[in-house]
Design a binder for this molecule. Structure first.
Ligand SMILES: O=P(O)(O)O[C@H]1O[C@H](CO)[C@@H](O)[C@H]1O
Length: 296
């Protein structure tokens, strides 16, 4: 039976955001009421990359658990705080930690913070993540500018845009072939080169998988054939929603480990290595993003 909010009770399908436009407006306003900052730039920090918050000036911090509807972080390396402040003279809001499907969150809950940022008037979104290198030319510690993505769960309709569409957020059928802003990709590349990072900056395709298991050897080999350069368990839901609502988006993956491509390899992926690499490259990631922000 159709329900008031457009959900279909009979189908049992989880379709459509639990948060209406009015809900998101209310949540955004309740956040803005608690801070002085009025950011136009948003940054989502991936596993172990939340240290960027340390370089913000005039910080104002809200815990996710104190914001209606926000998913609480349950993964080490994701502090679960919304940090407002100034970066290179620009007002920004930074998500220190994100939610993932494998934590048990519905994809619509994962993207709520992005819609809240949109209604707080954030126009540019930086999305970062830790990812495993599928491309064998990539080294651990490389920084990959995302040029496109592969939404593997999307093949089974795991997409935050599934469900009733509210045109006030964006169109029913948004294009997804230019999710990662050409302008920002070029700016990140040029900035990285100026900062002497050319040797460890790559460009490539990110694949989103559900996790929490790391990939099998066969899955990694499949991704390689599919043209994927790096894989992880996040980012794509946020990027799809940010594009849908008209934000300019860029994505940066830190290659924290090499994916295992050999059936007889003794190597195994692990979250500790992911966090360790994040720590080692933290300063470079911070410098790169801060300098790009300064030039926006
Ligand atoms: O994508 P982020 O949040 O950076 O985290 C990555 O690191 C975790 C695995 O170590 C997974 O959550 C994967 O998606």
């Amino acid at each position: 039976m159709p329900m008031e909010n457009g959900y279909n009770e009979v189908s049992g399908v989880v379709n459509g955001s639990k948060y209406s436009y009015e809900d998101v407006q209310r949540i955004a306003q309740s956040v803005l009421d608690r801070v002085k900052c009025r950011p136009h730039i948003g940054i989502i920090c991936g596993s172990g990359l939340g240290g960027l918050a340390e370089v913000l000036g005039d910080k104002e911090i809200i815990q996710y658990e104190d914001i209606e509807g926000f998913p609480v972080s349950t993964v080490p390396g994701h502090a679960g705080r919304l940090v407002f402040g100034s970066l290179q003279g620009k007002q920004v809001v930074l998500m220190q930690g994100r939610a993932h499907l494998y934590e048990g969150y519905d994809v619509h809950k994962i993207i709520l913070p992005v819609r809240v940022m949109k209604l707080m008037e954030v126009r540019i979104l930086f999305v970062t993540n830790a990812a495993g290198g599928i491309n064998q030319d990539f080294n651990v510690g490389d920084i990959m500018i995302i040029k496109d993505h592969f939404n593997m769960p999307g093949f089974a309709a795991v997409n935050p845009l599934v469900g009733p569409n509210d045109d006030r957020f964006g169109p029913r059928f948004p294009p997804a072939s230019q999710c990662y802003s050409y302008r920002l990709r070029k700016l990140i590349q040029e900035t990285g080169e100026k900062l002497g990072m050319k040797d460890f900056i790559q460009n490539g395709v990110y694949c989103f998988l559900g996790g929490p298991s790391f990939e099998t050897v066969t899955e990694c080999r499949f991704l390689k054939v599919a043209g994927v350069d790096a894989t992880g368990m996040s980012t794509v839901p946020e990027v799809l929603v940010a594009n849908h609502c008209g934000m300019e988006v860029c994505g940066i993956s830190l290659i924290t480990n090499k994916c295992v491509m050999d059936y007889d390899s003794k190597q195994v992926a692990n979250h500790e290595e992911v966090l360790e690499t994040g720590e080692k490259r933290a300063k470079d990631m911070q410098q790169l993003i801060s300098t790009v922000v300064a030039d926006l």
